[in-house]
Design a protein around this ligand. Structure first.
Ligand SMILES: *[C@@H]1O[C@H](CO)[C@@H](O)[C@H](O)[C@H]1NC(C)=O
Ligand SMILES: *[C@@H]1O[C@H](CO)[C@@H](O)[C@H](O)[C@H]1NC(C)=O
Ligand SMILES: *[C@@H]1O[C@H](CO)[C@@H](O)[C@H](O)[C@H]1NC(C)=O
Ligand SMILES: *[C@@H]1O[C@H](CO)[C@@H](O)[C@H](O)[C@H]1NC(C)=O
Ligand SMILES: *[C@@H]1O[C@H](CO)[C@@H](O)[C@H](O)[C@H]1NC(C)=O
Ligand SMILES: *[C@@H]1O[C@H](CO)[C@@H](O)[C@H](O)[C@H]1NC(C)=O
Ligand SMILES: *[C@@H]1O[C@H](CO)[C@@H](O)[C@H](O)[C@H]1NC(C)=O
Ligand SMILES: *[C@@H]1O[C@H](CO)[C@@H](O)[C@H](O)[C@H]1NC(C)=O
Ligand SMILES: *[C@@H]1O[C@H](CO)[C@@H](O)[C@H](O)[C@H]1NC(C)=O
Ligand SMILES: *[C@@H]1O[C@H](CO)[C@@H](O)[C@H](O)[C@H]1NC(C)=O
Ligand SMILES: *[C@@H]1O[C@H](CO)[C@@H](O)[C@H](O)[C@H]1NC(C)=O
Length: 837
C-alpha cells in the first residue's frame, strides 16, 4: 500500500482534534488500590500489578500508539505519539491551544512553545553543553504541556540516523554525518530530555552516582559519562530509526519497502554507534524501529537487530525499556515488504515476537491485527504481558501513576514555557550554529559604521526566506511564540530596507518550462535601491523533507540565476542559506558574491541570529557537520547503495571516504584568525590539562599495556565494563586568537593512519570542543581525551579492534598541527560484534 500521506497535514489535523490527556486517578479511581498506584513499590511490581488487572481484551487493544486504556480498571487513554525534535511539536499527542485569544487579549495558554534551531544547525555549534541546555528547556516545556493534558510523557525524538547521503530528505533532522559527533550530541541531548537522573536500574529517589569518565575541559566526551539514577524520568526519549534508515523516496524506491543491504563492517562502524550510545551508554527509555528492512528482514521484525544487538549485546534489557515501531511500519510487512508476512495477523505477530512492544498506526489505515495474531496462536499472552509491562513501567518511571507532589516535574506549568531564558537560548541555538563559508574580501562583518548610518545605508533583503515563517523551523515543529525572520529582525533594528521575499514572489524551486519570470525584474529593482544586498535563499521543506529526497543537490536554477543577476550589479552581496547544503561552487567562484553564510533551520529567532552574525555582534564559529558534495555526486552513486567505502561504483561517502568535497566536513571561517597547536602553551594561566597523563610526540605504547590499564579504570578501580570506553591518554591543545576580533573557536581533532584493514579512511573525528570568547592575542587551552574506542578500526565482521601502527592526530579543518604516536604488539578486539545466525 502506498501511503503518500502528507505527514505535516496529518499532524496538524491531529493537533487540533485530539482530546486532552489525563493522568490516572490514583486517589479515588478504581486503580487506587492497585499496586501501580503505590509509589513505594518497585516499578516492575507496579507495572506487573497493572497488567495483571487487565483483561485479555484490554491487553489486546493497548499495544498501539493510540491506547484506549481500560476504563473498567481506571486506566485512562494514552497517546504514545508526541514529538519534540527541536521544541514541543505538533503530533497526535501534542495539542496546541486553538483558542484565538486568552483573557485580556493575552495569547492563550499552551498556544505555543519555544522552537529552537533544528538539529543540523544546533549540531554545527559543536557544543554539547548547549545541546543539553536546549534539551533541558524542551523537556521542561514538554512537561508543562503534559501536566495540562497537552502532551504525553514520551517523545519520539531524537532522529539519529547518520546523514550519509546529501539527497536524504530528513538529513536536517539529524546532527549530521559523523557517528562520533552524533554520539556526543545524543549523549547530551538525552541528559537534557530524560533529566539529570538517567539510568536503568533501581527505583530510588536518592541519586546514586555512577562512574565519571570524562576529564574536565576535555575535547573528548567519554560516552559513559557521569550517570546518576533516580526515581523519575523527566520525559521518555525515543532514539530513532533503528536502523540503517536514510532514504525516503528516490527513483522508484520508497522507504516503506526498501531493503537496506548493509555489510557488518558498515553496520557496526557507521549505522549503529549512535544507537549504541542511546542504548548501552545513555540507557534511553525507548527506541523506534524503522520502516526499511536490513539485509532482508524488516527492522521491526529483525531479531538480529532487536534481540542480538540491541538487547543482548548492548544490555538494553531493563524491563521498562520498550521499542515502538515507526508509523505503519508493521502494516508494511505484508503490504510493502511482501511477501515477508502473509497477512496482518502474521505481521503483528512477527513484530511483537521480535521485540516491538507498541505499534504506531497512521489514522485511516487498517489497524494492527493483534487480536488475529493472538487468536491464531501466533503470539501468546506472555508476549502481550512483556510488551505491556515494558510500556507501563516506562510510564511508572516517568511518574504517571504517582501523586503530583512526589514528582519534581508535575508543578511545571504554562508559566514555565517561553521564558526569557528560553528565548535567549533559541537565539543562541541558531547563532552558534551559523557557518561562515566564504568571506572573500572581508565584507563581513558589515561595518558597524555603515549600520549606524542605517538611515542612510539601505539594505535589500531578497529571497524566499527573507520573510519566511514556518520554513525557518524545519520539520517536526510546533507553533513558536513568534517568527523573527530577517525582514522582521531588520525592521526591529530600524534599518532602512527594501524587501523582496516570498510573499512578493521570490522563487524557491524550478518551475515548469515556459513559466514567465515575474521575479527577476522586481528583485533587481529592489537591489538597485540598496547599498548592500542580502540574498536569503537555499532549500526548504518543499525541496527536501520527510517523504521527499532530492534528485539534485545544486541550487535550483531559478535561485542561482537570480543571484547571478544580483551579483552583476557589482554591489556588496551576501548569500545567506537556509536548509540543506547545495553545491556552492558557482557562488564560491563568483567574485561578486562577497560572502556565503549557512544557517540551516535556525528556528523562531533565526533572523536575529543571522543579522547579529552579519553585523559582527556575534562572531561566527560554527562548522559544517556534513560534507558539501559536488552536484555530480548524484550521478556517481545510487541512494540505495548503503556502502561507505569507495569502490568502482561508489566514490566513497562522508569526509572519511570521499576526496572531492566542495566544502569539507568541519569547514567554517571566522572574523579573526586562530592558531591551533598540539602542546600546552607555557604562558597560559589555564592549567586544566596538567593533571592528565599527556601524550608526547612520537610516544610508543604497547597495546598489551594499554589494554591492561582497563582492568582498573572502572568504578572502585574495577575493570571498565566496555573496553572501548577505556581511557587512553590526553593531549593538550592550545588555541590562540591571532587576529583582531573576539570569537569562539571550535577545536576539531581527527585521527589518521594506515593501521587495521585497508582501505584507510582519510581521517576520523575523535574530539571536538567549542572554546568561548577568545579575545585577540589570548590563548585558551584544552585537551583531547582519547579512549581506546576512538583509536579502534572495524573489521569485516564488525568487531572493534585496536591495531598496531602509526597514528597521527590532526588538529582543525584544514589541519594546522599534527601529532604522531605508535602502538605496538598484537591487535586486540575491544568489542566483538554479534554475528547473524
Ligand atoms: C481501597 O481499599 C480500601 C480498603 O479496603 C477501601 O475502603 C476503598 O474503598 C478501596 N478504594 C477503591 C477505589 O477501590
Ligand atoms: C486555552 O487558552 C485559554 C485562554 O488562555 C484558557 O482559558 C484555556 O484554559 C486553555 N485551554 C486549555 C485546554 O489549555
Ligand atoms: C536508595 O539509595 C540509598 C543510597 O544509595 C540506599 O541507602 C537505599 O538503600 C536505597 N533504597 C532502595 C529502596 O533501594
Ligand atoms: C556527577 O554529577 C553530579 C550531579 O551533576 C555531581 O554532583 C557530581 O559531582 C558528579 N560526579 C563526578 C564524579 O563528576
Ligand atoms: C533509476 O531507476 C532506473 C530504472 O530502475 C534505472 O535504470 C536508473 O539507472 C536509476 N537511476 C539512477 C540514478 O540510479
Ligand atoms: C477467534 O476468532 C473467532 C472468530 O472470530 C472467535 O469465534 C474466537 O472466539 C476467537 N478466539 C479467540 C481466542 O479470541
Ligand atoms: C533612523 O531615524 C529614525 C527617525 O529619525 C530614528 O528614530 C532612528 O533611531 C534612526 N535609526 C538609526 C539606526 O539611527
Ligand atoms: C561584478 O561586478 C562588476 C561591477 O562592479 C561587473 O562589471 C561584473 O560583470 C560583475 N561580475 C559578475 C560575474 O557578475
Ligand atoms: C601552570 O603550570 C605551570 C607549568 O607546569 C606552573 O609553573 C604554574 O604554576 C601553573 N599555574 C597554575 C595557576 O597552576
Ligand atoms: C617524531 O618523529 C619524526 C620522524 O618520524 C621526526 O621528524 C620528528 O622530529 C619527531 N618529533 C619529535 C618531537 O621527536
Ligand atoms: C588588526 O588591526 C590592525 C589595525 O586596525 C590592522 O593593521 C591589522 O592588519 C589587523 N590584523 C589582522 C590580523 O586582521
Amino acid at each position: 500500500m502506498p501511503h503518500c500521506f502528507p505527514l505535516a497535514a496529518l499532524l496538524l489535523a491531529a493537533s487540533t482534534t485530539s482530546a486532552l490527556l489525563a493522568f490516572p486517578d490514583c486517589v479515588h479511581g478504581p486503580l487506587a488500590n492497585n499496586t501501580v498506584c503505590n509509589p513505594q513499590a518497585a516499578p516492575a511490581a507496579r507495572a506487573a500489578a497493572l497488567v495483571r488487572a487487565m483483561a485479555l481484551d484490554e491487553k489486546l487493544v493497548n499495544l498501539v500508539n493510540t491506547s484506549p486504556g481500560a476504563p473498567r480498571i481506571g486506566l485512562p487513554p494514552y497517546e504514545w505519539w508526541s514529538e519534540a525534535l527541536h521544541g514541543v511539536a505538533a503530533s497526535p499527542g501534542v495539542t496546541f491551544n486553538a483558542t484565538t485569544s486568552g483573557d485580556d487579549g493575552a495569547r492563550p495558554a499552551f498556544a505555543y512553545a519555544t522552537s529552537f534551531a533544528g538539529p543540523i544547525t544546533l549540531s554545527a555549534a559543536f557544543d554539547d553543553a548547549l545541546v543539553e541546555s536546549v534539551a533541558t528547556v524542551v523537556s521542561t516545556e514538554a512537561r508543562a504541556f503534559s501536566n495540562a493534558g497537552h502532551a504525553g510523557l514520551d517523545f519520539w525524538t531524537p532522529n539519529i540516523n547518520p546523514y550519509k547521503d546529501p539527497r536524504w530528505g530528513r538529513g536536517a533532522e539529524t546532527p549530521g554525518e559523523d557517528p562520533f559527533r552524533i554520539q556526543g550530541y545524543v549523549r547530551s541531548l538525552l541528559r537534557g530530555l530524560e533529566g539529570p537522573y538517567v539510568g536503568g536500574g533501581q527505583h530510588n529517589a536518592s541519586a546514586v552516582p555512577v562512574k565519571a569518565l570524562k576529564g574536565p575541559g576535555s575535547l573528548g566526551h567519554g560516552h559513559g559519562g557521569n550517570r546518576t539514577r533516580s526515581a523519575i524520568r523527566k520525559v521518555i526519549a525515543t532514539c530513532k530509526h533503528f536502523a540503517a534508515y536514510d532514504l525516503e523516496r528516490w527513483n522508484g524506491t520508497v522507504r516503506y519497502g526498501f531493503d537496506a543491504v548493509v555489510s557488518l563492517q558498515d553496520l557496526s562502524e557507521y549505522y549503529l554507534p549512535a544507537f549504541q550510545q542511546c542504548a548501552r551508554d545513555s540507557h534511553v527509555g525507548s527506541i523506534m524501529c524503522s520502516y526499511n528492512a536490513v539485509n532482508g528482514t524488516p527492522a521491526c521484525a529483525n531479531t538480529y537487530l532487536m534481540t542480538d544487538i540491541l538487547r543482548n549485546h548492548w544490555g538494553w534489557t531493563a524491563d521498562h525499556q520498550y521499542v515502538t515501531s515507526d508509523c505503519n511500519a508493521v502494516l508494511d510487512f505484508d503490504h510493502e515488504h511482501a511477501p515477508f508476512s502473509k497477512d496482518g495477523a502474521h505481521a503483528a505477530a512477527a513484530a511483537y515476537r521480535a521485540g516491538t512492544d507498541t505499534v504506531c498506526e497512521v489514522p485511516s489505515y487498517e489497524g494492527t491485527d493483534v487480536r488475529g495474531a493472538y487468536n491464531q496462536s501466533l503470539i501468546d499472552e506472555a508476549v502481550l504481558d512483556r510488551a505491556l509491562g515494558r510500556l507501563y513501567e516506562g510510564l511508572v518511571r516517568a511518574g504517571y501513576f504517582d501523586p503530583p507532589e512526589a514528582s519534581p516535574y508535575r508543578s511545571l506549568g504554562w508559566h514555565d514555557v517561553d521564558m526569557p531564558a528560553a528565548r535567549r537560548l533559541a537565539w543562541q541555538s541558531a547563532a552558534d550554529g551559523i557557518v561562515l563559508k566564504k568571506n572573500s574580501n572581508g565584507l563581513l562583518p558589515l561595518s558597524p559604521l555603515s549600520m549606524k548610518k542605517a538611515n542612510t545605508t539601505t539594505v535589500a533583503l531578497i529571497g524566499h526566506w527573507a520573510d519566511a515563517t514556518r520554513m525557518m523551523l524545519g520539520g517536526y515543529s510546533g507553533t513558536p511564540p513568534f517568527y523573527h525572520n530577517p525582514a522582521a529582525a531588520a525592521a526591529a533594528r530600524h534599518w532602512s530596507t527594501v524587501v523582496f521575499g516570498r510573499a512578493a514572489g521570490a522563487p524557491v524551486s524550478d518551475l515548469p518550462r515556459g513559466t514567465p519570470d515575474r521575479w527577476t525584474k522586481p528583485a533587481l529593482a529592489a537591489a538597485r535601491q540598496a547599498d548592500v544586498i542580502l540574498y536569503f535563499g537555499g532549500t526548504d521543506l518543499s525541496i527536501a523533507a520527510e517523504d521527499r529526497d532530492r534528485m539534485r543537490i545544486t541550487l535550483p536554477d531559478v535561485q542561482l540565476n537570480l543571484i547571478n543577476a544580483l551579483s552583476a550589479l557589482g554591489k556588496p552581496l551576501v548569500v545567506v542559506q537556509l536548509g540543506d547544503q547545495t553545491d556552492d561552487t558557482p557562488l564560491l567562484r563568483n567574485t561578486n558574491v562577497s560572502a556565503i553564510v549557512w544557517a540551516g533551520y535556525p528556528g523562531q529567532d533565526g533572523g536575529n541570529a543571522v543579522l547579529d552574525v552579519l553585523t559582527g555582534v556575534h562572531a561566527p564559529a560554527g562548522r559544517l557537520p556534513v560534507t558539501q558534495y559536488p552536484g555530480t555526486y548524484v550521478d556517481a552513486v545510487p541512494m540505495t547503495d548503503m556502502s561507505l567505502r569507495p569502490s568502482p561504483s561508489n566514490p566513497g561517502r562522508t569526509y572519511r571516504w570521499f576526496d572531492h568535497a566542495v566544502l569539507p566536513f568541519g569547514h567554517g571561517l571566522h572574523y579573526t584568525s586562530f592558531l591551533a597547536r598540539f602542546g600546552s602553551n607555557k604562558n597560559n594561566k589555564n592549567n586544566a590539562t596538567t593533571s592528565f597523563s599527556t601524550l608526547q610526540p612520537n610516544s610508543t605504547f604497547a597495546i598489551a599495556d594499554v589494554v591492561a590499564r582497563c582492568q582498573t579504570q572502572g568504578g572502585s578501580k574495577a575493570a571498565v565494563h566496555h573496553k572501548d570506553l577505556c581511557h587512553f591518554v590526553d593531549t593538550p591543545v592550545s588555541i590562540t586568537n591571532a587576529g583582531n576580533v573576539t570569537s569562539d573557536f571550535v577545536a576539531l581533532a581527527f585521527l589518521a593512519g594506515e593501521h587495521g584493514p585497508a582501505p584507510f579512511p582519510r581521517k576520523t573525528l575523535v574530539g571536538y570542543r567549542r572554546l568561548r570568547g577568545i579575545a585577540p592575542g589570548k590563548t585558551h587551552a584544552t585537551s583531547i581525551f582519547l579512549t581506546l574506542g576512538y583509536l579502534a578500526r572495524t573489521d569485516a565482521q564488525g568487531n572493534r579492534v585496536l591495531y598496531p601502527g602509526t597514528y597521527t592526530l590532526l588538529l582543525d579543518e584544514p589541519t594546522q598541527s599534527t601529532l604522531k604516536f605508535v602502538l605496538t604488539g598484537d591487535a586486540v578486539v575491544l568489542d566483538a560484534f554479534p554475528q547473524p545466525r
